[in-house]
Design a protein around this ligand. Structure first.
Ligand SMILES: NC(=O)c1ccc[n+]([C@@H]2O[C@H](COP(=O)([O-])OP(=O)(O)OC[C@H]3O[C@@H](n4cnc5c(N)ncnc54)[C@H](OP(=O)(O)O)[C@@H]3O)[C@@H](O)[C@H]2O)c1
Length: 357
């Protein structure tokens, strides 16, 4: 019977019929702290139709924006009941009969945002997914669409940088910060990372230097450093700020004439304050960046394809690794979500939900 059925089918897509997959997912029906509102539930998935794809999710990270979305503090508001999570890497299980470009066994990441990814399986539309090489590591693939892309765009889209130029960033040990250091190393740009002081500061500096940071300073060290004044490094043309408050002010003081500060996060929850002198005498500019907006505005563009191609190539070559992370099973979501947005800080790693353990 099976042989007869298979021989009469010409495309693997049709194997999708009657899969009867039961997916576990983390759902919420109201905003609140993740450990209070998320529930691990089981649902039978409908078989994928037409242009739909059944995906087995392999791994999905917990990013600060995911927590803020669950809390109701993010500009993206999901419709309830909602499945949490925005990024993932998954494996195509089977595809609907009108799917053209995806095959069972391929690895996929989301092209669309807000798909609800903290689940073991999901059915998505083909046009919401991007196939990526199975040679890209699990942690790298699971975290490619948000932080590496943010770093890539911020380095490309605000200031024309050439090898030997310098960028400076606070929150340099964040996942975005680690991506910035690695891309700068790949493109011959100097990157100066600013981090908060902590007992294991030596280890942290070493880690970031191994990733490609040209220099790593604490916020206190930056205030007295003559690394730019002495000519050791060119003054930065570009600064990235994910902290706000005084940290942003200090970073912007070191910019070159006409330099640009790009704010992409506000981890300290303090407003960005600007020193008057550099604003007037150096004509520095303050800009913002939101990856979600960029992705929507460049959904299927050659620029976006090129970006994923460049990042995947660096990952396969081992020149770009995932941020410091810990893989945790889906059912340990309470501890992992609580630890992911710890405002006392120094979490030191990204938690990635691993659906296969
Ligand atoms: N705009 C966009 O498109 C975009 C894209 C990606 C990320 N983001 C934002 O960028 C930020 C970093 O994201 P991520 O995923 O890279 O984060 P992550 O890996 O979880 O790292 C968090 C970073 O924030 C720092 N931090 C935490 N609490 C802090 C505080 N109270 N004061 C100062 N620093 C603090 C941490 O430093 P310690 O080690 O010192 O705690 C660490 O460097 C988040 O705000 C996120 O929402 C924005």
């Amino acid at each position: 019977m099976l042989r007869k059925t298979l021989s009469s089918w010409t495309r693997p897509s049709q194997l999708c019929r009657q899969m009867s997959v039961v997916a576990k997912s983390l759902k919420y029906t109201q905003h609140g702290e993740p450990q209070d509102v998320l529930k691990l539930v089981e649902d039978k998935l409908a078989d994928p139709q037409d242009k739909q794809v059944l995906v087995k999710i392999l791994a999905a990270p917990i990013n600060p924006a995911d927590i803020n979305t669950i809390q109701g503090k993010y500009p993206v508001k999901p419709k309830f009941p909602a499945i949490a999570g925005n990024e993932f890497v998954g494996e195509v299980v089977c595809v609907g009969k009108e799917v053209k470009d995806l095959q069972p066994g391929e690895h996929v990441v989301p092209l669309a945002t807000g798909l609800g990814t903290w689940a073991t399986h999901a059915v998505y539309n083909e046009d919401q997914l991007l196939a990526i090489s199975n040679k890209v590591g699990l942690a790298e693939a699971a975290t490619i669409t948000v932080n590496p892309c943010t770093a890539y765009r911020m380095l490309k889209d605000f200031v024309q940088l050439s090898p030997g130029d310098t960028v400076i960033q606070n929150g340099a040990n964040s996942a975005v910060g680690q991506a910035v250091h690695q891309l700068c190393r790949a493109w011959g740009i100097n990157s100066v990372g600013i981090v908060r002081n902590r007992p294991e500061i030596g280890e942290l500096k070493q880690l970031l230097e191994c990733l490609g940071a040209t220099a790593v300073l604490t916020e206190e060290e930056l205030r007295t450093s003559d690394i730019f004044k002495s000519g050791q490094l060119k003054r930065p043309k570009l600064a990235f700020n994910c902290v706000g408050g005084k940290s942003a002010t200090e970073v912007s003081r070191h910019l070159d004439n006409g330099g640009v500060v790009v704010t992409y996060g506000g981890m300290s929850r303090e407003p960005v304050t600007v020193a008057t002198g550099p604003l007037i005498f150096k004509d520095i500019a303050f800009r913002g960046f939101w990856m979600t907006r960029w992705s929507k505005e460049h959904y299927n563009t050659p620029e976006r394809k090129q970006m994923f191609q460049d990042l995947c190539q660096l990952m396969v070559q081992g020149k770009f690794i995932a941020p410091t992370h810990e893989m945790v099973p889906l059912d340990q979501f309470k501890n992992a979500t609580a630890a992911s947005l710890n405002f006392k800080g120094f979490t030191g790693k990204k938690f990635i939900l691993n659906m296969s353990c």
